[in-house]
Design a protein around this ligand. Sequence first.
Ligand code: GDD
Ligand code: MN
Length: 361
Amino acid sequence: MQITQSISVIVPTYKECENLPELIRRIQKIKERNNLNLELIIVDDNSRDGSEEYIQSLALPWCRIIVRRDERGLSSAVLKGFEEAKGDILIVMDADLSHPPEKIPEFIEQIQQGADMVVGSRYVPGGKTDEEWGIFRWLNSQIATLLARPLTSIKDPMSGFFALPREIYKQSAPLNPTGYKIALELLVKCPIKKTTEIPIFFSQRARGKSKLSIKEQIKYLVHLRRLYFFKYENLTYFFHFSIIGFSGTGVNLLALTVLVFFGIPVRVSVAIAIIIAMLSNFILNRWFTFPHAVKSPWLPQLIGFMGACSLGAVVNYFTVLFLLHLFPLFEKIPQIPALVGILAGLVFNFILSKNFVFRKG
Ligand code: GDD
Ligand code: MN
């Protein structure tokens, strides 16, 4: 294999000094054996554990360390490395030797064969995670991967070991470096057509501690929500709106039960329960589904929402009447047209809410 392109390996680090000697030794071996035009960029977030001094003492012309003193975060560190990188091919990997540097030539080969993104994967045949991975971490990783499924067909989008041509990175939509999963961000936001996964053996970190905290996992959910909005804008709004609508059904029934329990006449209770559910839907949609709406005054929104929903209720009602008229059979099972009516009302409410009530500035 003849490799002519230049390569930048970016390694984000936070307190990884004790792993650096072996990492660099192994990368150097690959570089020499394959005669690679390779630079190594370590992006350290002010670890103050001797990493900086160590790299400087090596004085290798192909290896440098960037120390960020004002910012902290894995993804933003990777992006910082991308900005500084000179290579035609960008490769990202961890410092703790979970990712075998010996796989680098395979990554390059795949890019040369036309891949826009190559991911080191634990979940393709031949890939493996270290035995010592506890059940909790395994399950956690499985759920996180499942949640990302609609965003990418890659089997291991959580991987932090990946490569892509610089040209592809340059064409990405604006990137948001929150959270841990920079590969997923790039998969969604870069014009990536062809992806390849290379099986890797993900070993237990050599030394030091993992930096993956609960806080990072919550950030992952926020990150996912943002990526869903980016990729499936309307569908994601509708999904959020439906969840709130579902909760509203619960609020309605609960309120109805309580009101009837206190002896309020049924017809009055039904009406009050509907209004309570509409209010609860209004508050939740404004906060959860259309968060941009909190910047605008709430009273006109409330009036608009109630108006839209009452129209939705009419749409719901007439849908049911229409279905009963079309299929007299439904007289015996009115639940079916009622459900269709609820769905029609939901879609109608959604369209009005999104385009008129909570519309963007
Ligand atoms: N610059 C910088 N800033 N680097 C960081 C930071 C930070 O805030 N936090 C973590 N890192 C570096 C670590 O020093 C390490 O080199 C790499 O990012 C991965 O961090 P680990 O703490 O080893 O993460 P992990 O082992 O839990 O996560 C690994 O598995 C995930 C998939 O399950 C990594 O490979 C992740 O990239 C991967 O997503
Ligand atoms: Mn690790």
